[in-house]
Design a protein around this ligand. Structure first.
Ligand SMILES: O=C(O)CCC(=O)C(=O)O
Ligand SMILES: [Fe+2]
Length: 256
C-alpha cells in the first residue's frame, strides 16, 4: 500500500504517475485500506455484471491518492479519473474526512450543462458528503459521469478540522495497463481516457416519465438505485492522448 499526495497537482490534471509525491502508507492508512477493501468486497457480488473479470472476486486497493481542501474555496473541477494505470471500468473508493462538501456528478455524454437544461436532460446530481462517508465509484462511473467538488461559501464545518477536508481515493494499480500506454511525440507516457456518447435508449423526450430532471440533490444511498440503471447505456470509446501539462502538447491521439 502506498499513499500519494494529490493536493499538489492542479485540479483535474491529477496524475499519480508523475505529478505527486509517493510514500509508503502509514499504519493508520493501511488499516483504513483494509476496512475500505472489506466494504468494497462485501458489495462485489451484487455488481459483478459491471466489473472486469479480475476485479469480480478479489479487488483490493494498492494505493490511495490524497487531496486536501483547506476551505470551501479549494475545489476540483469536473473530470473523470485517468485510467492509464487502472485500466477501463475501474473501481474507485473515495473516503471523505473533515468538513462536509458537495460531490457533484455530471453525465459525461451531456453536450454542455446549458444544452442539457434546454433539452430537459440531467445536468448534474449533488451528493452531500459528510465526515467518514465512503463513496464507491462503480463501473462505469468513470466512463459515464464526470465528478467534481465545486467551490462553495458554505462548508459544513467539522469539530476538529473546521473548514478543511481530506479526501482519500483507494484505487487498484494494474501494472499491465500502466506498461501498455504508448509514448507520445513529447516522449512521455500518453494517458488513457474515455469519451462517451449516449446510446439511443438513454434519450428521453423532455417531460416523459423517464426524462431525468435537470439537476437534483440525493443522499449517497439513493443515487445508485435511481441512476445506476442509466449508466450502462453509453457507448464508451477509449483512447490514448498526449498528457503534456507543462506545454502545448503534441496532439498525439490513438484509439485503444
Ligand atoms: O475530493 C473528492 O471527493 C474527489 C477527489 C477526486 O476526484 C480525485 O482524487 O480524483
Ligand atoms: Fe477524481
Amino acid at each position: 500500500m502506498e499513499a500519494f499526495d494529490g493536493s499538489t497537482a492542479a485540479g483535474a490534471a491529477l496524475d499519480v504517475a508523475r505529478e505527486v509525491s509517493r510514500q509508503p502508507a502509514s499504519e493508520a492508512l493501511g488499516q483504513a485500506a483494509q476496512i475500505i477493501d472489506q466494504s468494497v468486497g462485501d458489495r462485489l457480488a451484487s455488481r459483478a455484471a459491471d466489473l472486469q473479470p479480475d476485479d469480480r472476486s478479489n479487488w483490493s486497493s494498492t494505493y490511495a491518492l490524497a487531496n486536501f481542501y483547506r476551505d470551501g474555496q479549494e475545489c476540483v473541477g469536473a473530470h473523470a479519473d485517468k485510467m492509464t494505470q487502472l485500466g477501463p471500468r475501474p473501481i474507485i473508493a473515495s473516503l471523505s474526512l473533515g468538513a462536509g462538501r458537495v460531490f457533484r456528478l455530471r453525465p459525461s455524454a451531456a453536450a454542455s450543462p446549458h444544452q442539457a437544461r434546454e433539452q430537459g436532460e440531467l445536468s448534474y446530481i449533488d451528493i452531500p458528503l459528510q465526515h467518514n462517508m465512503l463513496v464507491i465509484m462503480w463501473p462505469p462511473c468513470q466512463e459515464a459521469w464526470k465528478h467534481e467538488i465545486p467551490r462553495t461559501r458554505t462548508t459544513a464545518r467539522h469539530a476538529i478540522s473546521g473548514e478543511a477536508r481530506v479526501n482519500l481515493t483507494f484505487r487498484r494499480l494494474k501494472p499491465e495497463w500502466a506498461a501498455r500506454a504508448p509514448l507520445c511525440r513529447c516522449s512521455q507516457r500518453s494517458v488513457l481516457r474515455c469519451s462517451s456518447k449516449p446510446s439511443v435508449q438513454q434519450r428521453h423526450p423532455p417531460g416523459s416519465p423517464e426524462a431525468p430532471v435537470s439537476h437534483s440533490r440525493h443522499s449517497a444511498d439513493s443515487v445508485p438505485t435511481r441512476w445506476a440503471a442509466s449508466s450502462p447505456s453509453i457507448q464508451p470509446r477509449y483512447y490514448y492522448t498526449c498528457d503534456n501539462t507543462q506545454g502545448p502538447g503534441c496532439g498525439f491521439w490513438q484509439a485503444l
